[in-house]
Design a binder for this molecule. Structure first.
Ligand SMILES: NC(=O)c1ccc[n+]([C@@H]2O[C@H](COP(=O)([O-])OP(=O)(O)OC[C@H]3O[C@@H](n4cnc5c(N)ncnc54)[C@H](OP(=O)(O)O)[C@@H]3O)[C@@H](O)[C@H]2O)c1
Length: 409
């Protein structure tokens, strides 16, 4: 039996305890004797919880117990999660985290400390909640040259966009409904401004490149400007609108083999028939393209107590099976700056007032690949061909003020 502890008994921490309890037989098949939660660290007491007798408020109680071999960090935020994780790793205790903010900011450092202390730092649950994604990327797809990863990585924004599409509802109205249902936080910025997706695509990009791609270097755009009218146009032309995190290998113009990568978080029009088109509500979907395996799709619940708790427990099992050694995760601290967004290649959906139609047609000329509006429409709506973003915004500046601009996948 492996003795474990939970740091942070909130949504996910209590999910970890529930998964270990309810699925103890399944866990014991993988780890002889199973994994037993000996301590739970939290600020609060939980007198009504069946785990009330295991709550402690002092981390040293856990770190000074030589029986503890694995902990899960489900506290969230950078501090004290970083200090607590570091101290556990320095004691040779493996740490399994669901905390994307911490992983994005300190992943390579915590991995190094784990390796120096013959234990593991694992973070499957930090991206895609319950969906096994990072481990398959690192293990089952290790032989692949990953050419792109495109994902719907945030359940809250996918829920909001799905409702806007289905019911023609306004963004603010759906956000309020999502908050009332507990799907969106009272301060929804991290979700709706794209930061949560950005952190996740930063972690994915770092793992597929083996270097560090910082969230701060990634172009990040949220969903706050998407309107019901955008959906009307998209729907009428066989598209949906999804917030995507996208990472793709870029052309190597210098030809010197220098790795280049385009990374972006933004809303995209996604065509019917594309594997991500049908990923709706709170679900997440991630499409990986490898040079040999072609397309591989991951789909499931990207958040929630039990799905995310399940992913944390998967890591705890892996760590428990590797006591005394480090489960390898290649992530070099060397920073790789992605291609500037202006140099990325994309197609765009554009809505203009029809009064600007003639000028826009002249300015964009052969860069327009399809016009969606009829001549007597109040709006001039078109889709461009694939072009450099700098070039697109330059032309748009000459054409007039757009009512809406959304990239097209
Ligand atoms: N919710 C999801 O579906 C989901 C999915 C994937 C990943 N994650 C990530 O998982 C992490 C946890 O999320 P969550 O939703 O479970 O958050 P949560 O419900 O707020 O749980 C965090 C828990 O940690 C406790 N805590 C905070 N600071 C502490 C400290 N200094 N010492 C001891 N305990 C402390 C909190 O206590 P108080 O409540 O008293 O502050 C709370 O009980 C976050 O990084 C989140 O991004 C969440």
């Amino acid at each position: 039996m492996i003795q474990a502890a939970i740091f942070g008994f909130g949504n996910i921490g209590s999910g970890v305890a529930a998964v270990l309890e309810e699925n103890c037989k399944q866990v014991a098949k993988a780890v002889p004797g199973g994994i037993h939660v000996k301590y739970i660290l939290d600020i609060r007491d939980f007198p009504d919880s069946p785990f009330a007798d295991r709550i402690v408020h002092d981390i040293d109680v856990i770190l000074s117990d030589p029986e503890i071999k694995v902990v899960c960090e489900t506290m969230g935020g950078k501090e004290p999660a970083f200090t607590f994780s570091k101290r556990a790793l320095e004691k040779g205790i493996s740490v399994c985290s669901s905390n994307k903010e911490l992983v994005e900011a300190f992943g390579p450092e915590l991995l190094r400390i784990a390796s120096e202390n013959h234990c593991s730092y694992l973070f499957e649950a930090s991206v895609g909640g319950g969906i096994p994604l990072l481990t398959p990327l690192l293990q089952n797809l290790a032989q692949e040259e990953i050419q792109s990863v495109t994902g719907i990585l945030n359940g809250t924004t996918n829920y909001i966009l799905t409702k806007m599409e289905r019911y023609g509802a306004d963004y603010a109205q759906v956000l309020k409904e999502a908050q009332d249902l507990g799907y969106a936080e009272r301060n929804p910025a991290a979700d709706v401004e794209g930061h949560d997706t950005g952190r996740k695509i930063s972690i994915i990009s770092s793992l597929i490149s083996g270097k560090t791609i910082r969230f701060d270097d990634i172009y990040t755009e949220g969903i706050t400007k998407i309107t019901p009218v955008d959906f009307t146009w998209a729907k009428a032309n066989g598209y949906s609108i999804k917030l995507l995190g996208r990472s793709k290998k870029a052309a190597d113009p210098s030809g010197d083999g220098t790795a280049q990568i385009e990374v972006m978080t933004a809303p995209f029009l996604v065509k019917e028939g594309h594997p991500l088109y049908g990923v709706c509500d709170v679900f997440n979907g991630v499409l990986v393209h490898g040079n040999m395996v072609d397309d591989v799709m991951f789909y499931g619940r990207g958040a929630g107590k039990l799905p995310t708790g399940s992913a944390v427990v998967a890591d705890m099992i892996l760590a428990a099976k590797n006591i005394g050694q480090t489960v390898p995760v290649e992530w070099n601290p060397e920073v790789l700056v992605p291609v500037p967004s202006g140099e990325c290649i994309n197609a765009f959906f554009v809505r203009m007032n029809s009064t600007d139609a003639e000028k826009t047609r002249t300015v964009f000329a052969d860069k327009i690949s399809a016009v969606w509006s009829a001549q007597d429409d109040a709006e001039f709506v078109f889709v461009t061909c694939q072009m450099q973003e700098n070039c697109f915004f330059d032309l748009l500046g000459k054409a007039g003020e757009a009512l809406s601009v959304i990239r097209v996948l």
